[in-house]
Structure formats: C-alpha cells, structure tokens
Design a protein around this ligand. Structure first.
Ligand code: HEM
Length: 359
C-alpha cells in the first residue's frame, strides 16, 4: 500500500477544520458573518485545537512512523470536527474527537516505547493533556476550565520537538534537568487549574514564562537568526518570535490569573495560540510539508510578509485587549487570519512549483 497517497484527504480535512475554526473565530470577535451552523461560533476552540491541529499533528506522526493504524486518530479527529459542527445536538462529534486524542496518546506511547527519552516523554504528556481536556469537555466541563489542558497539548508537543532538535547543541544534564523542572511547573499548574483556576493559571503562566528563557541558551533558533541560508534564517525568526510570544502569554497568565471570557482571556490564549503556535507552524511548514507531500518548499523572501503581518496584527490585538478597544481588537483578529491565509496561499504555490519542477 502506498501510504504517501493517504495524506492528502486528511490534510484537506485538517485545513477545512482550520477554515471553519477561523470563521468561528471572526464571529466570536463580533464580525457579522453568516452563521453556517448554529453552534459554529462556540466550537472555535475545539475546531482549532482538535479539528485542525490534532488532525495535523497525528497525521505527521502517522506519516513519519509509516504505521497504518496511526492514520486512525487523524481520521477520527477529521470526522469528529465535521460531526460536531453539523450535528451539534448529538454527542458523536465530541466522542470521535476524544477517541482521536486517545489515539494520539497511543501513538506517543508507541514512540516512547521505541525511544524512551525526555523529549518523547514531554510529547506524551502533551498528548495525555489533549485527551484529558477532551474527556472532561465530553463530560460537560466548560471550555475555560479545560483550555489550559488543550494549551498544554500544543506547548508540550512543540517543546518536545524543539528539545529533540536542541540535541545539536548537546544540552548538559543540568540544562535537561532544568527543562524537566520548568515543564513540571507548567504541568502542575495546568493540573492545579482544574481544582483552583486562579492558582493553577498563575503557576502554569510561570512555566510558560520560563520555557523561552531556557530556549535562549538551548534552542538553535536563536543562533540561526543571522544564518547565511535564507530558509534557515526565516525558520529561526519564526521560532524566536514564537518564543517571545510564549513568554508574553506566560507573563499575562501570571499577572491576570483566572479568566473565563473577555479581552484578557483572549489576550492570554492568543499570545500562545497565535503568537507561539501559529508562528511555529509558519517555521515548521518548510519541514513538515516536504515530509508529508514528498516535495520541498521553495523559500521566497515574501514569506517574511505573512510572518510580519501575523506578529504586528497580534501585537495590535493584544494591545486592544489590554486597552479594551473592541473595534481595534476585531481588526487585529481579522489581520491575524489574513496572515494565515497568505501563508497557506504561499505554501501551496511553493509546493506546486517544486512539484512541477520535480515532474
Ligand atoms: C487567528 C485568528 C483567531 C481569532 C480571530 C480567534 C478568536 C477568538 C475569540 C474571539 C475567542 C473568545 C475570546 C473571548 O472570550 O473573548 C477565542 C477563544 C479561543 N480560541 Fe481563538 N482565535 C484565533 C486563533 C486561534 C488559534 C490559532 C487557536 C488554537 C491554536 C485558538 C484557540 C482558541 C481557544 C481554545 C479558545 C477558547 C475557547 C472558548 O472558551 O470557547 N484560537 N478565539
């Protein structure tokens, strides 16, 4: 069976999940858009976390591990977000998304079995957080109660991958211990937030603040900011700016404490989800897409446009959140989305170009 033929439909499901999630995000900001389905706006978080990223992350693992059963979790999350959106009154969608995240735990357990290391364990904790968040949500917990578990899924997955790549710099055992202590602070905060939202939010914020500080010495990204290869330099900027926003998100969590909705909630979440996660995706795409599609990405200096737009518009959005300027916040969010669309367009064009050169 040619497994390389598999990814395209999964990838399309993930991208459609992203588009539905972004549409819902605009509605949540207050833009008057057609509702499409009654529950769409309320599903923005699950669509982005499980529908888009859960599908993409498990798909990447399935492609890398070349195991047919590992395609089940991305299939479940792809179908899960569709069902959750189309038939919100029935629980099937939420159940499939929860099963998908359980599948994510199974994939990571297999990866840890093959390579028991700090970075694989970190990613396993991330997958477990995703599953726990979905499970609690399925049993009726509110999103603001589980959102830090979803955040932990993404932060720990990315942190584990960065740790793996930091092996080039050979971190000392002291630095590895420091990484473990920082992630333990973050995980403890996330778990504590389930019982005491105020204390847990602040503690997890401290962990998020310390992680970029750790990266300054141990992540190759910071040294590559002046690399002579343009693609390597571009990736380094995506990662470094992402780390800056992670620190900002952590700092805001530490200062603001528990939030259940509104501008401060928006600021804390999206400093991490847009500033860190989306920027990391911008930087990771030139590595992931060649692996999934078997075609390299041609770097173009225009890539800096969507990167710059993402970060400037996010700064506007967070400032507007802080200053309680509702219209400015709406525009900041819209421009965040424009940056993501330009990124998708540039990536598709660049992949098509390199496929046609290959053909
Ligand atoms: C790029 C444009 C985005 C826009 C315009 C947007 C918009 C919003 C808004 C307005 C809220 C509600 C905040 C409030 O209560 O005032 C929200 C919540 C949330 N967003 Fe986003 N978002 C975006 C990107 C993302 C991304 C990339 C992710 C995940 C990776 C994400 C995950 C979430 C989650 C989990 C919540 C909390 C869900 C809830 O409480 O219902 N968002 N978003």
């Amino acid at each position: 069976m040619n497994l390389n033929r598999f990814p395209i439909p999964f990838l399309i499901l993930a991208i459609l999940g992203l588009l539905a999630g972004l549409w819902a995000g605009l509605m949540r900001l207050g833009w008057q858009l057609p509702t499409l389905t009654p529950s769409l706006a309320m599903l923005h978080g699950p669509l982005m976390i499980s529908g888009f990223l859960g599908t993409l992350i498990t798909l990447e693992r399935a492609v890398a591990m070349k195991q047919t059963w590992m395609y089940l979790p991305p299939l479940l999350s792809g179908l899960g977000w569709l069902l959750a959106t189309i038939v919100p009154d029935l629980p099937f969608g939420v159940i499939l998304l929860t099963l998908a995240s359980l599948g994510g735990v199974a994939i990571l357990t297999e990866i840890v079995r093959r390579e028991n290391a700090l970075h694989t364990m970190t990613m396993l904790f991330g997958a477990a957080a995703w599953f726990t968040g979905n499970l609690l949500w399925m049993f009726g917990w509110q999103m603001y109660q589980v959102v830090f578990l979803w955040m932990a899924f993404l932060v720990l997955t990315i942190a584990g991958e960065r740790l793996e790549l930091s092996r080039v710099l050979r971190p000392t055992s002291f630095q590895q211990t420091l990484f473990s202590v920082i992630t333990a602070i973050f995980i403890t905060g996330v778990a504590l937030a389930l019982f005491n939202l105020q204390l847990g939010t602040r503690l997890s914020g401290l962990g998020l603040l310390l992680l970029p500080l750790w990266s300054l010495r141990n992540d190759i990204a910071w040294r590559n900011l002046r690399h002579k290869l343009p693609l390597t330099r571009y990736i380094a900027w995506c990662l470094a700016l992402g780390f800056v926003w992670l620190g900002v998100g952590g700092g805001l969590s530490l200062v603001f404490g528990a939030q259940v909705a509104g501008p401060r909630y928006d600021a804390v979440l999206h400093a991490v989800f847009v500033g860190f996660v989306i920027s990391m995706i911008f930087g990771h795409a030139p590595i992931i897409f060649p692996a999934i599609l078997g075609a390299p990405i041609n770097f173009q200096p225009a890539f800096y446009f969507h990167l710059g737009l993402l970060h400037v518009s996010l700064a506007i959005r967070i400032f507007a959140d802080y200053a309680n300027l509702h219209t400015l916040r709406m525009w900041g969010g819209l421009l965040n989305e424009l940056a993501i669309f330009i990124f998708i367009g540039m990536t598709v064009m660049s992949v098509r170009k390199s496929l046609s050169m290959k053909g």
